[in-house]
Design a protein around this ligand. Sequence first.
Ligand code: DGL
Length: 268
Amino acid sequence: MNNAIGIFDSGLGGLTVLHELQAAMQHEYFVYVADSAYAPYGNKDGETVLQRSLLIAETLTQTHQIKALVVACNTATAAAVHQLREILDIPVIGMEPALKPAVEQSESGIVGILATENTLQSDKFSNLLDAHQHQARILTQPCAGLVEAVEQGELHSGKTKDLLASYVLPLMDEGVDTLVLGCTHYPWFEPMIRELVGDDIAIISTGKAVAKQVQKQTQKQIQSHTINKQGQTMFYTTGDAEQISQLASSLLQSNIVFQPFSPQHSEP
Ligand code: DGL
């Protein structure tokens, strides 16, 4: 499938972004890669995440001649978006925790951010924090184990619920009224978070804003594309395709078939 928009994540988190992209661009072709063999990215060293991101991007541009790349992962964006933009001659759209809208809309002036350890420790996040911390008290919470819970199909287990409560409830005690989901895996937990925090807390994720951005950046190409055709999505994984297909189908409540993906450097 050529002329598609490529999307990748460490695993199944990027599906929350894909969902928004499909809703915004119904005629578009998408190629989704889950780097499940290397998930989670959040506790890998930055160089590993960078190299995986470069390899996946290179393979996607060669095998599918993608016209844009969405890095549907906050951790990979922090580690690799600059280099990806340097080496690719297509638009590269990354994710970052939605701090700006959060501080703008918070009434208590106290905002909580859930993200991976790597995202919170990155220079990119530190710059984002510097830009906004005069506007609100911003509390960061690394959430070890949540990505694994999604990848292992344990979204609703007692252990996951306890873990989630241990991350979210202390933020509520501090007076947070706006919670930012700074990892694309976390929207899968939104109903559970909502149950923990009640209806008065705003929960913000980045998928919709990124979909708008992708739409804007690929508008010209979309016009020259077959606008009347129904969109399609192909799914690939570097992990166990059968297992990932089952997990994704259960998350999305529809039959999703992942195929094996073997990222390779091009011949020099
Ligand atoms: N979805 C990735 C993110 O947005 C998860 C990273 C991980 O694999 O730990 O950060």
